[in-house]
Design a protein around this ligand. Structure first.
Ligand code: ARG
Length: 644
């Protein structure tokens, strides 16, 4: 299987693109731009409307029966003209064209349909030639699209960010899927992308974990399966801690009661002090304190936990085609960054003292909704928010990013809004304005069949098992699959990811093993099936793929063939639109429409038994469709399968 991430290597601007008089017009990358140019120029000739204006207002349509491009005439804002009359006049005057049919006016909209013959030729040849780069546009991420030597813009995408020794929950799963997709999207639009994992790897809980490890830890288990082992240890020591809490609380009550009766409590207080002192909670606090103070032994154990966990995470992420450039984390925020954060908050009057702690009262800074937040505890230690405040400036100094995206669940909307606001208030407005929170809703009911989910591996294993069962139901097909386990694994991952990316990010969804693994409906397995089917047609046809780019396409006269090509022509625009929405569903919606069209075409556009010319033309069309489906799936982070 092809594990590569979409790449735009070798894609360069054609000189004609740079000279285009229209903004962001790249006919060599996006064939639809040829049509936009043509329509805009023609309207410029038959009216006194500025072609540039026409160019920017030409819109894509929601369904093929509404045309390939549409011009909403009111958007041109021509003074003194009724839009419907102007539309009728433009249509009337529009001269015969080699590229498009005679346009039609529908009320205030003008619909343009591409002529089949030149479209088929341009699109199919372009796709077969550009292959994985069809749809990419490396100019979007350039500092200056007319001068590539000025370099690419840089984006940091922070995503996944699980907490060591704690469960990898649904929020982390969604962050991983959406973040991986965004990283691909920015890569194929020409940005330099830094994928960052900001681990929850610091705090008192690591003191507790170390305490627990001394009691329950096993070297062997740690090396074999660090994530599960550390979690087990953490759960056990947490139980111990809760158990120890019971007598402590009781004793406190007793002391209180005795004090009210003026009885002597000195023995009880001595006992209480002893209990607290020996408690795991206190041990954890002391241990973490020694970590904060830089104690080498304490840090060495913690570092082993961290390193081993990262090793294991890497293997799991690889199954999702994700590899991080940086494993940062709460522990990695430099002391001087925290110091800078404290000082700049104080200097700018952002923070204030409150009962021994330091807080930011956002209501005093014109941000009522953000409430108040503690930034330094009474004991002088920083919080989750404080580390982020330090990290944001540190990252800017280190990477000089043009943009930074935090892919974090909506539950942390307030946290990120507070972070960006503090950044702004402390004199880093420029940095704040480059940052964006990409949020998402909750997944409901994510549990495996064996109980609640703890880790990503459990989810993937479970969905893979289920997929294997589904595959076995079709015995004949199952027999032919070379490595059913590996295929089930890939299909399972696809199922989870497609379900996750189907709706808009802000919406939550129900985790449903049955629906997501079905071959019916708009599911991951359906997409994979479409890809495998195309791959199989191409394999079986015994036509040399090298011959296809120059195939004679004149036999493609059926409406199914033409409509399919019209869909394929939309792909670069779909990528552009996705770049605006940053929603994976923009890609998925398109891929499902296109593959539905495909499904209804197979019977009509058969290859087997057809004369060579027809077979070859249809093959070229299918090969182009497979390529676009492949490109779309790769953008989403899926691994298209050849057989299943
Ligand atoms: N580790 C955090 C959690 O699990 C998510 C981190 C999000 N990123 C950030 N910069 N705060 O809730």
């Amino acid at each position: 299987q092809d594990q590569s991430v979409p790449s735009i290597e070798g894609l360069t601007l054609h000189s004609t693109d740079v000279q285009s008089k229209f903004p962001a017009c790249y006919p060599s990358l996006n064939p639809v731009d040829i049509y936009r140019e043509h329509i805009a120029e023609t309207i410029g000739k038959i009216s006194d409307i500025d072609p540039k204006l026409v160019y920017t207002k030409l819109a894509w349509t929601n369904s093929l029966d509404k045309g390939d491009l549409t011009l909403p005439v009111p958007a041109l804002q021509v003074k003194g003209r009724k839009p419907n009359e102007l539309a009728a006049e433009l249509v009337e005057k529009f001269p015969a064209s080699d590229l498009i049919e005679k346009p039609a006016a529908h009320g205030v909209h003008i619909q343009f349909f591409f002529k089949p013959e030149p479209l088929l030729k341009t699109i199919i040849n372009r796709i077969l030639e550009n292959k994985a780069t069809y749809g990419t546009n490396g100019n979007l991420g350039l500092h200056d699209p007319s001068d590539a030597s000025k370099g690419k813009k840089k984006v940091i995408i922070e995503f996944s960010s699980p907490n060591i020794a704690k469960p990898f929950h649904a929020g982390h799963l969604r962050s991983t899927i959406i973040g991986g997709f965004l990283a691909n999207l920015f890569t194929i639009t020409g940005w330099e992308v830094i994928k960052m994992n900001y681990l929850g790897d610091w705090g008192k809980q690591y003191g507790l974990l170390a305490t627990g490890f001394k009691r329950y830890g096993s070297e062997e288990a740690l090396l074999k399966d660090p994530i599960n082992h550390l979690f087990d240890v953490y759960v056990k020591v947490n139980q111990d801690m809760s158990a120890q809490d019971v007598p402590i609380k009781e004793l406190r009550e007793t002391i209180k009661a005795k004090k009210e009766k003026n009885e002597d409590v000195s023995a009880d207080e001595a006992q209480l002090k002893k209990l607290v002192d020996e408690s795991d909670d206190e041990k954890a606090r002391r241990y973490f304190k020694s970590m904060e103070d830089g104690d080498a032994d304490a840090l060495a154990l913690w570092r082993r936990f961290r390193d081993l966990s990262i090793q294991k995470y890497k293997q799991t992420y690889a199954r999702l085609n994700i590899d991080f450039d940086v494993y940062s984390g709460e522990s990695q925020v430099l002391p001087e960054s925290l110091k800078h954060a404290y000082e700049s908050m104080e200097k700018t009057g952002t923070s204030e003292n409150s009962e021994g702690a330091v807080i930011v009262d956002f209501t005093k800074h014109g941000a009522k909704k953000l409430g108040k937040a503690i930034v330094i505890r009474k004991d002088g230690t920083p919080l989750y928010l404080t580390r982020d405040i330090g990290a944001i400036v540190e990252r800017h100094n280190k990477y000089h990013f043009d943009k930074m995206i935090y892919v974090v669940a909506s539950q942390q909307d307030l946290h990120l809004a507070q972070l960006f606001k503090v950044t702004e208030l402390t004199g880093h407005k420029d940095i704040a304005s480059k940052c964006q929170h990409i949020n998402f809703g909750m997944v409901r009911g994510m549990s495996t069949r064996k109980g609640t989910v703890k880790f990503l591996d459990d989810i993937l294993r479970d969905v893979g098992d289920k997929m294997h069962e589904v595959m076995k139901k079709n015995e004949a097909k199952y027999e032919q699959v070379e490595d059913p386990h590996a295929t089930a694994d890939t299909l399972g991952i696809t199922a989870v990811m497609v379900q996750d990316m189907s709706g808009k990010r802000v919406n939550g969804y129900d985790f449903n093993l049955e629906t997501m693994t079905s071959f019916e409906g708009d599911t991951g397995p359906y997409l994979q099936y479409a890809h495998a089917r195309l791959s199989s047609i191409i394999r079986k046809a015994e036509i040399n793929p090298e011959d296809l780019p120059n195939a004679d396409l004149s036999p493609l006269t059926e409406s199914h063939a033409i409509d399919l090509a019209r869909y394929l022509a939309q792909w670069p625009d779909v990528v552009l639109n996705t770049y605006k929405t940053l929603e994976p569903t923009t890609v998925l919606t398109y891929l499902f429409r296109m593959t539905h069209m495909l499904s209804s075409s197979y019977d009509i556009l058969r290859i087997v038994g057809r004369e060579e010319k027809t077979a070859k033309a249809r093959m070229a069309l299918y090969a182009a469709a497979r390529q676009v489906l492949h490109n779309g799936m790769k953008l989403l982070g899926l691994n298209p399968v050849e057989r299943m």
